[in-house]
Design a protein around this ligand. Structure first.
Ligand code: PLP
Length: 430
């Protein structure tokens, strides 16, 4: 590892000021000073292809978004207890992207806050407390939401109001099943968790999942799972909360929202990350009766959530998504990239599975294609070798063995070629 003096200094300072547990990417941490489109630049002006960051959704520092933010910041910024068009214009345009039943919006600043609101709303509406998540979930970092974080939050271990179901994974399928039978088997686990709540005297409130199961490894969800699982939830009086914080705003191509792929309309949807292209705005979109009942129960106020600058910024993000046809781009470049990844799979035995949805990719590395033993160490080597060669990706998974790639949406076929050839070089050098 060849770390220059400036990087070493920053690292020492960071450790002293933020503590040694503040997480960082890469064996040789990257000191970035500027971003543009799909590129990040380090202090020596070396450029890196960003194939990881989904927050700069329409590209790092997109001029239209920067201009809208700066223009509104120079004019007015206040909280939402005054009348102002920005929040209404934005809410109206955002809601037009959803099914008509999801007709009201609330705004916050982080995904965690949005999920916190969704939890409180569901618990208030149902009078229950029990929430079902997957056994490899991450939904944020507030006290209540950390209890859902079965992936790496210790709070999730002993939370009586939270039950987890196995991740609905087709690659490592439950009981060796496939197709509809597999979807049914995973959905039955939801019914089982509801029954356990009942046995323990805990009233059930809802199911909270990311429809792409992004943190779980961007799963190929078995057919029928969501439909059958949500049917169990609704039969038991619970709500379906879709966490679209990672995969929303067209990331998966074709549709604006991940839940549209399943044809099951949630009761509550939470939004965040890409919503403001890096500016902190998040949201909850829900049925009007839920929002009204929640409001009657107690006032919701968020000092910064939905302020005029945030809404101007988020509005500009929608402009760019539409003006630059980024959903179509996610479909065509996503397909092109996935084909390239599958070609690499035929070349390298280490690649056990390739999963894709629009501009979201997961490449699962295994030591043996039959046993599917996770190749965590090799995955780490690939991620770090890619960084050294100027392409930024990361990894997830129970065995830390899944390459995770979600580039800014203006990702082109040329960018995909660079990603694929660099991956090829890194796999060849392992
Ligand atoms: C699916 C999902 N939900 C919620 C969150 C929490 O969002 P935030 O970090 O903005 O609080 C994250 C963050 O990684 C996430 O991936």
């Amino acid at each position: 590892m060849t770390m220059n003096a400036a990087t070493k200094d920053l690292l020492e300072k960071r450790c002293r000021l933020l503590g040694r547990h503040a997480p960082l990417f890469y064996d040789e941490p990257l000191y970035v000073v500027r971003g543009e489109g799909v590129w990040l630049f380090d202090a020596d002006d070396r450029r890196y292809l960003d194939v990881y960051n989904n927050v700069p959704h329409v590209g790092h520092c997109h001029p239209h978004v920067v201009e809208a933010l700066a223009r509104q910041a120079a004019k007015l910024n206040v909280h939402t207890r005054y009348l102002n068009e920005n929040i209404l214009d934005y809410a109206e345009r955002l809601l037009s992207k959803f099914d008509a039943s999801l007709s009201m919006a609330m705004f916050a600043c982080t995904g965690s806050e949005a999920n916190e609101i969704a939890l409180r709303m569901a618990r208030h509406w149902t009078g229950g407390a029990g929430i079902i998540v997957t056994d490899l979930a991450y939904h944020g970092n507030t006290t209540a939401v950390a209890e859902l974080g079965t992936a790496f939050m210790p709070e999730a271990r002993n939370a009586p109001n939270v039950k987890s179901i196995p991740i609905p994974d087709s690659y490592r399928a439950l009981d060796g099943l496939g197709g509809q039978a597999l979807g049914q088997a995973y959905a039955d686990r939801v019914a089982g968790a509801i029954a356990e709540f009942t046995k323990e005297g805990i009233k059930f409130a809802g199911l909270l999942i990311c429809p792409e199961f992004a943190n779980e490894g961007l799963l190929d969800v078995p057919p029928g799972f969501i439909e059958k699982a949500v049917a169990h939830v609704r039969r038991a009086g619970g709500l379906y909360i879709a966490d679209e914080i990672q995969g929303g705003f067209g990331r998966t191509g074709k549709h604006w929202w991940g839940h549209e792929w399943d044809g099951v309309i949630p009761d509550i949807v939470t939004l965040g990350k890409p919503m403001g292209n890096g500016h902190p705005i998040s949201g909850v979109v829900a049925r009007a009766d839920l929002v009204d009942a929640f409001g009657e129960h107690g006032m919701y106020f968020n000092t910064f959530g939905g302020n005029p600058v945030s809404c101007a910024t988020a509005m500009a993000v929608l402009d760019v998504i539409e003006d630059e046809n980024l959903l179509d781009n996610a479909v065509t470049v996503g397909r092109y990239t996935a084909e390239g990844l599958r070609r690499l799979q035929t070349k390298y035995d280490l690649i056990g599975d390739v999963r894709d949805k629009g501009l979201f990719f997961a490449v699962e590395l295994v030591k043996d294609r039959t046993t599917k033993e996770p190749a965590g160490a090799q995955t780490g080597q690939i991620v770090n070798a890619m960084r050294q060669k100027g392409v930024l990706i990361s990894r997830i998974g129970r065995g830390d063995n899944i390459l995770k790639m979600r580039p800014p949406m203006p990702f082109s076929k040329q960018h995909a070629d660079l990603l694929l050839s660099t991956l090829d070089d890194c796999f060849a050098a392992l």
